[in-house]
Design a binder for this molecule. Sequence first.
Ligand code: SF4
Length: 683
Amino acid sequence: MSSENEGVETICPYCGVGCGLTLQEGEEPGEVSLKPWFDAPVNEGALCIKGGASPQVVNHEDRLKTPLIREDGEFREATWDEALELTVSELERIRDEHDPDAVGFFGSSKVMNEENYLLQKLARRYGTNNVDNCTRMCHASTVYTLRQSLGAGAMTNSMADLESHGDVYWVQGANPAEQHVIAHSNYFRRAVRDGATLIQVDPHANKTSRDADIHLQLEPGTDIPLLNVVLHTILEEGLYDEDFVKERTRGFDHLEATLADFDAAAAADTCGVPLEDIQEAARIYAEAENGAIFTGMGMSQHACGVDNVQNEVNLALITGNVGRPGTGVNPLRGQNNVQGTCDVGAMPNVLPGYQNVDDDEAREAVESVWGFEIPPEPGLTNVEVSNAIGDSVHGLYVMGENPVMSEPDALEVEKRIADLEFLVVQDIFMTDTAEFADVILPATSWAERGGTVTNTDRRVQRMRKVTDVPGNTRHDLDILCDVGTRLFGSGFDFDGPEAVFEELREVCPIYHGMTYDRIGREGIQWPCYEPGDEGDQYLYADSFDTEDGLGVVRGVRHQAPDEVPDDEFPLVLTTARLEEHYNTGTMSTRSPTLRRKTPENFVDVHPADAANRGIEDGEYVVLRSRRGEIVLEANVTEDIKEGVVWTTPHFSDARANTLTNDVLDPLAKIPEYKAAAAEVEPV
Ligand code: SF4
């Protein structure tokens, strides 16, 4: 695992592919350098530009190095004792003056399993289930639908079996060539080179569509009608798998009834895609020996996100493309621990291992290990917590998150965050959110601590400490143990991440068979119920994890985005990430290499829309929605359709989420980031 000469094997801190790399300590304190880990299980030594530049943020001059307390409107340096005493006394005061639900706890997929596990335990010991994480913003609808219709809120298959067995890849609302670069280069592109067909459905032409055999460039927010054309074609032409439908699914009649009077030509028109192109793609997928669906935030981040993903499940189930290598419905996750943060229960409705908090038996089993009662009602999601500030919520504990930039309608979020009675932020850099904090607790980075993360194909992997803790920082885990012990006296006395993992596996059935030793260099894919289990490359070989063991088919109808263009805002704004940046940019915009590649935000504008408004390529423009405006550079391009504008969420000085709509999917409570009415004009 490590030696003085060879360095330390660990995991890239960025996306959910979970690439392994080796870090070596440099000559200066805190400095680290990188070399390939050639037999790493996922990436075999390959890294994208973000992974390659990841050491640049470890020893960055902007790192927070000592606790800060706000006094008379200014931050002053404080001792850990002062900062933690103030945190604990404020949490106690708010609980006494209001109630435990007056505080929200935000975990983060940038943080490891053990730390998110401890944060949700801390929240529940405090007396609230108001604990959530950034997955709410990216794949809450995917997790919801996959749990309801198949059984587990995760990738059904694995990158490795998809590469060797998939014949057709249906990629909708995802751009792996930029956002999951090594998954694309090491798995999908190799498969395509060997004869697999790649179909991409996305409103924006991008690096994935340039590799695709078919690109269906639809209008934002029309994924349901497009997939309904696909499903309708398959039904009409008898291309579905009758035996699989009969033996392994229920609800097929509901789908048939939903599509009984379906007007495919009108639906294709709504999507802005030629009918025959969609039908051709439908036939290719349905006739494949093994067809795999990949889904991304273009599907999940809609007010109809649950139904969007359900239609992908419908497609997989009626063609019998689940339960074998090379098939399934596979969410591509965006952060290195986005799967694990949910697995360990940093969510308001589930305990570790997706056990419902309102399931008495499951709750009591966890209570018997923890030694205290857990509130039986689900708590608020993170956007609901933000919306309740000043009403029922008065305090916020934020670990590694940046809601002022990441939540929709960001100016409103900022105002509410500024109104909190108490805000504590635990992070490695000053963030837009930390600017409003009462206490800032400086944490250690990914290279300075150990623990586990769970990648996009359910692989639990070890991250390892490479270098020493800088300045007066502490590990997230130690901070949480200290806060928990000061608040409750017991239950938070752990001497390191392995001790926390040992407790986690006691209460998390899907991790129960894992230990640090077993995870080793290769990692283990859950479910891993018993110590002898090897973990599963693909799920549902014999039955689904639903009550009756059947996969759920459910027909869905088109729901237009909450905001549609009008005279004042005649364009549709949609957003997506770049290869060289990461989420709210806290880390990636501080990397000289990544910043050089794309130093500031920009908006893609179609040439016809630019000409109508007198906008020249490269000039600064104002991009407006009903909620605010930002100034950024115009990139005039045919990569986007006429009537659509496209920007990125990474830059603090031109925050895309100032513009986005905070309407939520009613079931998964994920915001509609992907479609808002907008206008763009010269500055
Ligand atoms: Fe890191 Fe993802 Fe790039 Fe791999 S693909 S190096 S995990 S950012």
